[in-house]
Write a protein that binds this ligand. Structure first.
Ligand code: SF4
Ligand code: SF4
Length: 387
């Protein structure tokens, strides 16, 4: 009796269609080989929200009994392949249902594969991926994170490229021929078959030993067990906010002590405090009340609260005063304003570099403006043609 389980870790809403397509493709390909399987999203207790990590699963088995045995559990306890469709989640994942930070490879079984869509080298990713005490491998499908969400589907072939890579790293699940037939059946597209095959051939594989990876302890906190909870259903209110970082001037909204954002976003805002006109729009419009008002009336994005939605960058009326940049280049949630106060010239130099890198990368945090996907697909096609 053989059972295979695959999880797709994706950014809620922004990548839901992408993950669903991948899991359906896996099950359909396995069926071509006489196996049975099912694909399901897991967010019943983990509300799906823009950018917040969520999971989709595909489980495939030789027969009905084996499949039902796996499905009797709430979700697979270990998986043959973990697919990470945004490499910033290699830092760990925080959904509303996991209390703290879950390493991206937590469910990846011994000898299994963590498949990541990324432009980064394995060594760079390993600085983020937490250490595991068993060997496994990392597979890299070269490319930027694709944000194909609930509202709009950006058909940049990331779904079929992942299916092609799966045939390489986990051939027992389904072979390349089966994936090709499914791609033809579902998408009726020769270019998509070609993309899957190309990805199958080019996916980079790197064995990982237990000694490798990020040694830091993932953020966690303990919850009361049901015998320790207060009687009746009560929800503790968040106390009123106080002064900036505990001081007497400025203002900091009160926030949860435990629900903090570390890997929740794919991009983060960086602020140019020198060009900021203190118009208050970012502070007013941020859906998570992230902006702390400093004693001199600047607005400092509190990154423990920021989900990376990009609203502040959209509403800011000053050019490049708020810029969304790739989260992968940060390892902490330090205050940008405090750095600016300590060393204005150094901060502005850093800001300039980080924005220049972002312009070159053209990373997107979701849907930025109407027509964005059309522009990105045209650019991707042009770069594919020039290779
Ligand atoms: S990206 Fe900006 S608007 Fe969105 S949560 Fe973060 S600080 Fe708030
Ligand atoms: S929206 Fe821009 S200019 Fe206005 S306060 Fe925020 S950062 Fe400053």
């Amino acid at each position: 009796m053989t059972t295979f389980a695959v999880e797709v870790v994706y950014r809620g809403i922004f990548q839901r269609t992408l993950s669903r397509n991948i899991c359906r493709g896996i099950v359909l390909a396995a069926r071509k080989e006489g196996k049975i399987g099912t694909a399901f999203g897991r967010y019943g207790d983990s509300p799906e929200r823009n950018g917040i990590p969520a999971k989709y699963f595909a489980v495939v088995a030789d027969d009905q009994l084996a499949l039902e045995e796996t499905l009797a559990r709430y979700e697979p306890t270990e998986v043959d392949v973990t697919i990470c469709v945004d490499d910033t989640m290699c830092k760990g994942i925080e959904s509303w249902a996991w209390y703290g930070l879950q390493p991206i490879n937590a469910l990846t079984k011994q000898g299994g594969t963590l498949l990541v869509v990324s432009k980064q080298a394995p060594e760079a990713l390993l600085e983020d991926i937490h250490r595991k005490d068993v060997p496994y491998e990392v597979g890299i499908i070269s490319g930027p994170a694709s944000f194909s969400g609930l509202w709009v589907y950006k058909d940049d072939h990331t779904d079929v490229r992942i299916l092609g890579a799966l045939a390489k790293v986990c051939p027992g699940l389904a072979g390349m021929d089966s994936y090709e037939k499914v791609i033809q059946d579902v998408w009726k597209s020769d270019p998509k078959v070609k993309s899957a095959r190309r990805s199958h051939d080019l996916t980079l594989r790197r064995p990982i030993e237990p000694a490798e990876g990020n040694t830091s302890t993932p953020f966690s906190f303990s919850k009361p067990g049901w015998t320790e909870m207060r009687q009746a259903l009560t929800i503790t209110g968040v106390p009123q906010g106080g002064g900036f970082r505990g001081g007497t001037e400025g203002f900091q909204a009160a926030r949860s002590e435990v629900f903090k954002k570390y890997s929740t976003r794919t991009m983060r805002p960086v602020i140019n405090f020198q060009t900021c006109t203190k118009c208050t729009l970012c502070w007013l419009q941020c859906p998570d009340s992230c902006f702390d008002v400093t004693p001199d009336s600047h607005y400092d994005a509190n990154l423990e609260a920021c989900c990376g939605c990009g609203v502040c960058a959209d509403v800011c009326p000053v050019d490049k005063c708020v810029t969304m940049v790739n989260e992968a280049q940060f390892n902490d949630n330090a205050s940008q304003y405090e750095w600016f106060q300590r060393d204005q010239a150094g901060y502005l130099r850093w800001l300039d570099g980080v924005i220049t890198r972002q312009d070159a990368e053209a990373r997107s945090h979701g849907l930025h403006h109407w027509g964005q996907y059309k522009e990105e697909i045209a650019a991707a096609a042009a770069s594919e043609g020039s290779r």
